[in-house]
Design a protein around this ligand. Structure first.
Ligand SMILES: *Cc1c(COP(=O)(O)O)cnc(C)c1O
Length: 382
């Protein structure tokens, strides 16, 4: 394991441990890859909205991609530039839209013609022209888990390509809408480059079609979705950003003045976080041993929600060579509260600490108080 915990006497578990040095080197690597290009990166706040994390990302000069009024407020509090805040989501309420307009955020990524009409009305009410990108559903299979694929016709997200003409006409016709771009997001935890290359081709086709009509989009937003290595986090603590950005930069046919925007969440914060938990019991079942943790699905929901697996490690094991096989579970009253089955790890005793790795994204941000449990704490190191 790559990290050492400080003295743990009296520290309440479970808690999220954040390796801030890794977060900073991840941000530096992204900056290196996009230096001198037309690429702008917005951090997807929903991956982890912890104020300490947001502050570091804002200070590094990134924008923010938000999916609720609450996230816009959190991004503003953390110091993100108003104009660098983009707002996506299929169900923006009037209150949230007005808040975004008042704060002068950089772009509303609009997901339907119905929403476009409401934004135009609210822009008029606020007497402010509202910057808008149309979110297009490109019908691309991201080859990822069905719950985290978002760019297929059957998903609720974005405007179907067959309705795009109508949406563009409507946006251009409204004096309260400033049509700045197109937005796409095909899914999450995408670990191969093909879907991104395919997306670039699709975007080129669309922009060429509109160029023939004399319509140019300044912002081409490809969304997020770059995946990380959950199996061997210490071998790949930083994702292959160079491969990702090179695919975008070489794949998109940009016109002068056009910008590529992307919205990375998981790829930025997943590897810097681990959920640290204490072994409460080792329960002898029939033909199996249950390692029962004090962390549950309310603290880290991805395994129960998506069948995801986080690498399970014993913190400072007594003896690496002496292993045992456990079903690692939480205390919550749900059969899906399982972190791993048949996990071969160093033998543990009651009171030992266990780390669930790569938990920085969609971990703390999804935590709840289900079963009236306390929310997990957080510890920042480095
Ligand atoms: C969730 C989301 C992202 C971030 O996705 P990651 O897989 O974490 O990179 C980006 N854009 C939109 C619109 C999203 O909903």
């Amino acid at each position: 394991m790559i990290f050492k915990l400080p003295c743990m006497d009296g520290v309440r578990t479970p808690f999220y441990y954040y390796d801030m040095a890794l977060l900073r080197s991840t941000l530096e690597e992204i900056k290196k890859c996009i230096a001198g290009s037309d690429v702008h990166v917005h951090y997807a706040v929903k991956a982890n909205g912890n104020p300490e994390i947001l502050k570091v990302i804002a200070q590094a000069g990134f924008g923010a991609d938000c999916v609720s009024g609450g996230e816009i407020a959190a991004a503003l509090n953390a110091g993100f530039d108003n104009a660098s805040i983009f707002y996506a989501g299929v169900g923006k309420t009037d209150e949230e839209i007005l808040f975004g307009i008042e704060k002068g955020i950089g772009c509303f990524n609009v997901e339907s013609i119905e929403e476009l009409e409401v934004i135009a009305e609210l822009g008029e009410k606020a007497q402010r022209k509202v910057p808008v990108a149309l979110r297009v559903n490109p019908n691309i299979d991201a080859h990822t888990h069905e719950y985290i694929t978002t760019g297929l016709e059957e998903n609720k997200f974005g405007i179907d390509m067959r309705c795009l003409d109508k949406a563009v006409d409507k946006a251009l016709a409204s004096e309260w809408i400033d049509l700045t771009g197109l937005h796409f997001h095909i899914g999450s935890q995408i670990t191969i480059t093909e879907p991104f290359a395919l997306l670039c081709e699709r975007i080129n086709k669309i922009t060429e079609k509109y160029r023939e009509k004399g319509i140019e989009f300044k912002i081409l937003n490809v969304g997020g979705g770059l995946g990380i290595d959950y199996d061997t986090p210490d071998e790949n603590p930083i994702p292959d950003f160079k491969g990702y950005f090179d695919t975008l930069i070489s794949g998109m046919h940009l016109q002068p003045g056009q910008e590529i925007h992307c919205e990375l969440g998981r790829a930025i914060v997943a590897q810097c976080g681990s959920l640290i938990s204490r072994v409460v019991y080792i329960k002898e079942g029939i033909g199996r041993k249950f390692l029962i943790l004090d962390a549950g699905m309310n603290d880290l929901m991805r395994p129960a929600l998506y069948g995801a697996h986080h690498k399970i490690e014993v913190v400072d094991p007594r003896d690496e060579a002496e292993t045992d096989v456990y079903d690692v579970v939480g205390p919550v009253c749900e059969s899906s509260d399982v972190f791993g089955k048949d996990e071969k790890i160093p033998a543990v005793r009651r009171g030992d600490l266990v780390a669930l790795r790569s938990a920085g994204a969609y971990g703390e941000s999804m935590a709840s108080e289900y079963n009236m449990r306390r929310l997990p704490g957080s510890l920042f190191v480095g």
